[in-house]
Ligand binder design. Sequence first.
Ligand code: FAD
Length: 377
Amino acid sequence: MSPSDVVVVGGSTAGATVLRELRSRGYEGRLTLVDPEPGTNRPPLSKAVLADSAAESTVLMDHSSLEVELVRSRATSLDHAGRTVSTDDGSTHRFDALVVATGSRARRIAAPGQTGELVLRTVDDARRVRERFADASTAVVVGAGFLGLEVATAAATAGLRVTVVDVDPPLQRLLGDHLATAICERATTLGIDFRRSGAALVGDPVYAVRLDDGEELAADVVVSCVGDEPVTDWLHGSGVEIDHGIVIDDHARTSLADVYAAGDVAAVRTPEGVVRRPFWANAVAHGRVAAATVLGQPVDTPIVDDYFWSEIAGVSLKVVGCLPVEGEPEVLEDAGSGHGLLAWGRSTVVACGIRRSAPRLRAVLRERASSGAPTVD
Ligand SMILES: Cc1cc2nc3c(=O)[nH]c(=O)nc-3n(C[C@H](O)[C@H](O)[C@H](O)COP(=O)(O)OP(=O)(O)OC[C@H]3O[C@@H](n4cnc5c(N)ncnc54)[C@H](O)[C@@H]3O)c2cc1C
């Protein structure tokens, strides 16, 4: 039976997709959105918004055309038996179907009570980092994943001397050796320095990073980009299964009847185990699947979307397929300076420094599969 009372908790990329899809699939019942913040499209926060304050306004979402009842409050608990969500304004909200899209928060490495650690997850975080860059000449970024390198790029572009510290080789766990090496060489030409070590924050407020060998890297700005943690604490005691995130199946169903989850807060059960992929396209895919399932309609898209993009050291990277990639790619188009269209077997295609939409990249992978490209290089 189709629900008449849907509550969505969290109204950014995943939650907003659920709201839009429910309405476009014909849902005319009551739709309540619980979120204390305006919905935010986060990818520009580490790119345009770090460079230009004017970009801040472009990341905020407007749900007003969707006939949504907006509760500007934080969800504090779920009573599954009673089918209600409580919020910190003291009210409760009844549902027939609940979609949890509370995303994640930046992981922090400061000691308890230590102040001054900068992270990058929200518009306020991005504003703070940008304003600190304006008065600074040196920065240390802890974490050499895609977010750390985007922040390092923004700092170097703003004229700061930047050091990126990580225990692992930069970008390798995400991208694999070939792409990581190419992008880090480019980052080095911007003056970004890489140090391989664990890092502890020094000072209160923080003014330096201590490496494993005891060396202290003092900096005007220290930013931690060390991953994210799903926002599940408010579900404590609800009985929902949590393992790296709220566990969902390929229909976005959680372990509780009538409760669904989508986006960075969710981890998908696969034959290989539970996998959380905190990327934008995945949040959209989860949101679409959740909306179809809530309405009892056929699910026509996969729960996992393997599209990912980033912009590091002036190089745009668009990837469709499995990451990290092993070995050397086949160069399908050479645009010079290491840029072009690269493929690894029939499983991954990458537009490096050239413009290609995700659908075009998917088409390339399909063509390769039908023309018998090798499965493994
Ligand atoms: C700086 C940055 C840059 C990124 N760049 C890229 C990129 O280039 N490419 C890419 O593929 N991905 C990128 N990502 C990842 C991508 O942005 C995320 O995967 C996406 O934002 C996930 O959306 P979400 O809706 O699941 O979660 P979120 O965006 O975290 O939204 C969660 C929402 O839930 C709300 N909420 C939280 N707790 C509660 C509560 N208790 N009650 C009510 N509401 C609550 C929050 O206010 C928020 O609105 C980036 C992420 C960041 C932070």
